[in-house]
Write a protein that binds this ligand. Structure first.
Ligand code: ATP
Length: 242
């Protein structure tokens, strides 16, 4: 059975329909890379799964249960954690305070302050620093660490590389590889197509709110995904869906 599934999901911003009839299913341990141009609907889809954005049609299923009406805070306790675009740390709080903010409401599991610091060693010397004073890469590491502290069963990562230097991107991904090796289930939005194809087990490409290409990363080529990304694929050309 899939751990996370969305079925015919629609999401709107007022009159604008940002996500249109999106369906996919993810088994435990899979890494789905969501790719697509700016405005394709990736952030809205992730926020819909996390409960931060109310959906207008369709369903979100977690471990077989329909959680479409469950609040975002309850979804965190069920094991769905979102690392939002722009990190959204509490800027006035220290790194340690950001990491431990979930307190006793968090799920039990592998992740605690020590295991997060082992996965993201760059955070150890920064624990007492104000989060607002950190570099983009350090903030991204802290934001992922904060999400891991809730012991998620599914981690939703929006725009991991956005605004980071190439060195910082490499550092964050190196740590993420360790998290993935531990068996994490992840949906990640990544603009860097080559990196997305390397890290993911599945890839879904969104165009104007729809998934226009979805499948195993090992079956994808850069050319195929690029065509879907720009809407150049013919609808009958292979495994295009929706
Ligand atoms: P990006 O890479 O730019 O974040 P995206 O693929 O994540 O793009 P979304 O941010 O989900 O796409 O945006 C999908 C559509 O919804 C776009 O047309 C965008 O302009 C619109 N949109 C997103 N957020 C809002 C909002 N708060 N109010 C109105 N429209 C919005």
């Amino acid at each position: 059975m899939s751990l996370l599934a969305v079925e015919q999901l629609d999401a709107r911003h007022g009159l604008l329909q940002a996500v249109r009839g999106v369906s996919f299913a993810l088994a435990e341990g899979e890494i789905l890379a969501l790719v697509g141009a700016n405005g394709a609907g990736k952030t809205t889809l992730l926020r819909s799964i996390s409960g931060a954005h109310r959906i207008s049609a369709g369903r979100v299923l977690f471990d077989g249960a329909d959680i479409s009406a469950v609040r975002a805070s309850a979804r965190v306790r069920m094991g769905i954690a979102l690392v939002p675009e722009g990190r959204r740390l509490f800027a006035g709080m220290t790194v340690e305070e950001n990491l431990t903010v979930a307190g006793e409401t968090r799920r039990r599991g592998h992740w605690n302050l020590e295991t997060v610091l082992e996965a993201f060693p760059m955070l150890r010397p920064l624990l007492r620093r104000r989060s607002g004073d950190l570099s983009g890469g350090q903030q991204q590491a802290a934001a992922i660490g904060r999400a891991l502290m809730t012991n998620p069963r599914v981690l939703l990562l929006d725009e991991v590389s956005l605004g980071l230097s190439p060195v910082a991107v490499n550092m964050v991904y190196e740590s993420l590889q360790g998290v993935i090796a531990g068996g994490a289930t992840i949906v990640l939005v990544e603009q860097d197509l080559s990196r997305a194809l390397r890290i993911a087990t599945r890839v879904a490409c969104m165009l104007e709110g729809r998934i226009v290409l979805e499948g195993k990363a090992s079956d994808m080529t850069r050319e195929r995904v690029t065509e879907a990304y720009f809407g150049l694929r013919r609808p009958d050309a292979g495994s295009a869906v929706s």
